[in-house]
Design a binder for this molecule. Structure first.
Ligand code: PMP
Length: 353
């Protein structure tokens, strides 16, 4: 079976030896106590200093996805509209809905959301928030252009909505030049979250947010009311890893491991499905293709299973599932080059057959 489904880090990317040493250093009395809802203070201090923000503008949780849940429990109210890219990260959609929030999709292009549609949606729906994965988006692989980022934060300021910038893939750039983050363009309107899941390992469960102190205060209260304090053991291990200066070397290793896999995926698509790939991403975990018109998801998934291929149902990434009938996300990081070749070849066979 070839799994072209889950976008997870490769097992061989985990810096096991270094983490064992960090864990030995990290497990101290302060880590074993309850703490406040903001997260492990030494890690917050490290992040505050490295990003040039105040301590009250940094919060750390059990992975970054949890922020969406905490926002739903505190800052956002049932019925609030949250604009999302269409397609967007499926788990965020699930969480928004769980809290009675109303996700409204804005069509995504190769360089970010369609601005006309975005402006129209802002005027029509008066959103409280725009959730965006601006760098190497999950699921499409797209990166938002600088011009679009500028316009988005301008509109956020003008119309008074928050931008929730989810950037777990931002450091994983394999070629080309980084675009300034939305937070860098306007820290007043942006809540930026990131995570060590893709940089160290998801099991440490450490995600963080940089944002307005007045928003973080109710988030920390919601966290405190929900789980008292986060898993400080993982946070302290990440803290030791960062303070030893190990992250940059780890990121370099990841780039060396993942870049050839991305290249293999692009080459396989160009060979077996010429024209299917609109633009090759320069980083991240995913790329995506649009299936030829005659194909629909249920059909394709069933046929794929018959040839030992697991595919993600594209409909899950859309507010209106029918729009994802021909959308296929292809992860490449946790697969060998041979598996990538084989998987794309099987896929091409199905699409031709
Ligand atoms: N946001 C995006 C866009 C993701 O792709 C993921 C992981 N798949 C997450 C959030 C969740 O990250 P974490 O493990 O930090 O909760």
């Amino acid at each position: 079976m070839i799994n072209l489904t889950r976008g997870v880090p490769a097992d061989e990317s985990f810096p096991l030896e270094a983490l064992r040493e960090c864990a030995a250093e990290a497990v101290q009395t302060d880590v074993l106590r309850y703490g406040d809802g903001y997260g492990y203070r030494p890690l917050r201090e490290y992040l505050a200093q490295s990003h040039g923000v105040g301590l009250e503008q940094v919060m750390v949780t059990n992975g970054s996805l949890q922020f969406v849940d905490l926002l739903g429990l505190s800052v956002l109210s049932r019925g609030d509209v949250v604009l999302v890219e269409s397609p967007t990260y499926d788990r965020t959609l699930t969480l928004l809905r769980r809290h009675g929030l109303v996700p409204v999709g804005v069509p995504l292009e190769a360089d970010g959301v369609n601005l006309e549609a975005f402006e129209a949606a802002v005027r029509e729906h008066k959103p409280k928030m725009f959730y965006v994965v601006a760098d190497f988006q999950n699921p499409s692989g797209s990166v938002m252009s600088l011009a679009k980022r500028r316009r988005v934060v301008e509109l956020a300021e003008q119309y008074g909505f928050w931008v929730l910038e989810d950037s777990p893939y931002r450091p994983l750039r394999y070629s080309g030049q980084p675009v300034p983050s939305l937070r860098e363009l306007n820290p007043k309107v942006v809540l930026q979250m990131s995570s060590y899941s893709k940089q160290i390992g998801p099991g440490v469960r450490v995600g963080y947010m940089l944002g307005d102190a007045e928003v973080l205060k109710p988030l920390a209260k919601a966290a405190n009311d929900t789980y008292i304090s986060a898993g400080f053991t993982g946070q302290a291990i990440a803290n030791a890893f960062l303070r030893r200066g190990l992250l940059e070397g780890q990121l370099e290793q990841l780039r060396q491991l993942y870049a050839p896999r991305l290249n293999a995926m692009v080459a396989a698509l160009n060979q077996h499905l010429p024209g299917a790939l609109e633009a090759a991403p320069e980083g991240g975990f995913f790329l995506s293709i649009t299936l030829p018109e005659q194909h629909t998801m249920p059909n394709l998934l069933a046929k794929a299973a018959e040839v030992g291929l697991n595919l993600s149902d594209g409909r899950g990434f859309f507010v209106n599932p029918s729009e994802g009938e021909r959308f296929l996300r292809l992860p490449f990081c946790a697969m060998s080059e041979v598996e990538i070749q084989d998987g794309v070849q099987r896929l091409a066979g199905l699409l031709r057959g």
